[in-house]
Design a protein around this ligand. Sequence first.
Ligand SMILES: [Zn+2]
Length: 347
Amino acid sequence: MTVLRVRGFGLPDGEPIDLYADGDRWTTDPVPGAELVAEGWILPGLVDAHTHPGAEKPGQPLDDGVLKEDLRAHLDSGVTLIRSPGLAGDPPDWFGQAEESPRAVHAGPWIAQHGQFMEGWGRRPAPADLPDVAAAQAARTGWAKVVIDWKPGDDVMPVELLREAVRRVHAAGGRLAVHSQHGAGGAVAVEAGVDSVEHGMGLDPALLPRMAEQGIALTPTLSVITAALAQITADPERAGKSWYVPGAAAHARLTAAAVEAGVTVLAGTDTRPHGGIALEIRALVAAGVSPHEAIAAASWTARAYLGLPGLVDGAPADAVVFDADPRADLSQLDKPRAVIIRGRRRR
Ligand SMILES: [Zn+2]
């Protein structure tokens, strides 16, 4: 197998780098005869920290064909690592391993309360069993995902129950992500000390310093919420009655404030089509986040949060190469010059 080489400026620091893929590891030791695949601005791959590949519509079972297509779309967009906080089923063994799959961490099927979440998806254990189910999932895959609020008026998960789930998941060596789209849910999540708040719509900005201090990450899924808001407000009658509008309208501000407060913000696309991470980076920038921080949320910061190093000696051999600095020209994100995963060229 030919050894691949990339050369240029590495982000986040922008220093000159020259790396060789020794199998699935980067090395700075020159390898004779290596093939220089690209020169330019190099990231350790993009990261989509909130994506649910493998089902075309909510409630449908996990489909291997759809899953493959979705993962290819991620790779083609420069994404070399995904986190799936919830899947339509337990994924096949090749998920995150096969040549045409980004690396992947996942939480298995969602865990929700009775009467909540998408019909046909997820597990709904009795409340007394929920911490066990979450801990068993985290023991298998490193993550569990719990839906702690749903429609307005639905019960928010009691803080004691969520705290016990966190305790059990941590004891199993895993981490807990929660879905929250109401202020009351966000407050419970922070109080219970979860590892990441997904969406976080309606979250009280006063909780952001505490999230920063406790290392609670926020995945705002801003582009999908902004798009849904635009759809709702296009119909004034619907907009006037919708519970969604106040939280969604404040979400860009909340996201920028989270970055400002030092919260670990992760970029995630949530919905189909897959491969839209550039949209989320643009949404973060439109919210007032600097391009450097927005790309960090979709690359090196998210990668570190998920346990993988950046472009250093011995790191997994992933990279995406752009012709110019994407922080100065976001359109670069739409046309990666090269995508390398596990030491092999994808595009
Ligand atoms: Zn989601």
